[in-house]
Design a protein around this ligand. Structure first.
Ligand code: SAM
Ligand code: SF4
Length: 321
């Protein structure tokens, strides 16, 4: 189904938990995260399945599970299996920090997972531990190998670009794509939610990164990609740039988001949220369908961050990226 600006919405991103086993400095505070959502307000599997069934009837074909960290949600493999049984859903993906991926990759694949995006901002174990406040780089690297082995392809590596933190590693990260069929995507640091970068690390635009790699050849833009994609000459993998701020991709935005407490966000960069929990827990199938359809009417033509709009209040771990 299309929104009022003629954009076909076929992608639903669901945050299955606001909990996480890491504490990335651009996403969550170190500790004492006081406003975790109480368990009874987190969408149950029944809530999620009802939502996806309605979404599939409206033409949603692709589901991405995110978080928090989706792989810390109990029985996530079972949830994927249930979603995989819903008519009309053609692709299931996750975005993960990779810490538990090596242990779970076989089961995830068997349950019907198609792809995964893995977040990895640095190839240096010390820096990885610092930015994630305690994460283990070797676990992510094992996770990437496991994802390759079981065929969760193509593997996309999400790199949040930060001046003063990983700008000295951009060349190494780009180089990863030469001999491996993986996509490295640079994401601009967004002014969202809780940030504690200590004033040391800062925003760097994708144009500035791209300018450092004159060899990169632009790829033809595909409908579904939010990244502007490039390739090193003869490389197996691709390099992508996701520029939410400096070059927004609203005109081709095909997705809606569901927060872990059951609210549809028609636009990532707007504070507007539409609560679906009531209807999911007590409405008829028809009412769920109508309520979801009505949220499409709230989609804006584009976000207003570049025009000085305030960043949204909700933390990234409650939205899922
Ligand atoms: N825990 C999973 C992970 O890290 O991949 C999934 C959830 S995380 C919120 C989804 C994505 O959002 C990650 O790639 C993360 O790097 C990105 N992210 C979080 N905070 C961000 C920020 N302030 N600016 C840009 N990207 C951010
Ligand atoms: Fe957790 Fe992902 Fe946020 Fe890092 S970016 S704290 S891994 S939810």
């Amino acid at each position: 189904m299309e929104d009022k600006f003629g954009r076909e919405i076929d992608y639903l991103r669901i945050s299955v938990t606001d909990r996480c086993n890491l504490r990335c400095r651009y996403c969550m505070p170190a500790e004492g995260y006081g406003n975790l959502i109480p368990h009874d307000q987190i969408m149950s599997f029944e809530d999620i399945i009802r939502l996806v069934q309605a979404a599939a009837k409206l033409g949603i074909k692709k589901i991405r599970l995110t978080g928090g960290e989706p792989l810390v949600r109990r029985s996530i493999v079972e949830l994927i299996r249930l979603i995989n049984e819903i008519d009309g859903i053609q692709q299931i993906c996750i975005t993960t920090n990779g810490q538990r991926l090596a242990d779970m990759a076989d089961d995830l694949k068997a349950a019907g997972l198609d792809r995964c995006n893995i977040s990895l901002d640095t190839l240096d174990p010390k820096k990885y531990s610092e930015i994630t406040r305690g994460g283990d780089l070797s676990k992510v690297l094992e996770g990437i190998e496991a994802a390759k082995r079981v065929g969760l392809l193509p593997i996309k590596i999400n790199v949040v670009a930060m001046k003063g933190f990983n700008d000295d590693e951009f060349a190494d990260l780009v180089e990863l794509t030469r001999d491996n069929d993986i996509h490295v995507r640079f994401i601009e640091l967004m002014p969202i939610g809780h940030q504690d970068l200590g004033g040391d690390y800062g925003f760097i635009s994708n144009q500035d990164i791209l300018a450092q790699f004159p060899d990169l050849i632009p790829e033809r833009k595909t409908e579904e990609s939010v990244a502007n994609e490039y390739r090193l000459p003869g490389a197996k993998g691709k390099v992508g740039f996701i520029s939410a701020l400096s070059n927004h991709f609203c005109a081709t935005c095909n997705k809606i988001r569901m927060t872990s407490d059951g609210k549809i966000k028609p636009c990532l960069h707007s504070n507007e949220e539409i609560d679906m929990m009531g209807v999911l827990r007590s409405g008829t199938d028809e009412e769920v369908l109508e309520a979801l359809k009505a949220t499409y009417g709230h989609r804006e033509q584009h976000h207003h961050l570049n025009e000085g709009a305030a960043p949204i209040d909700r933390d990234m771990n409650k939205i899922g990226g």
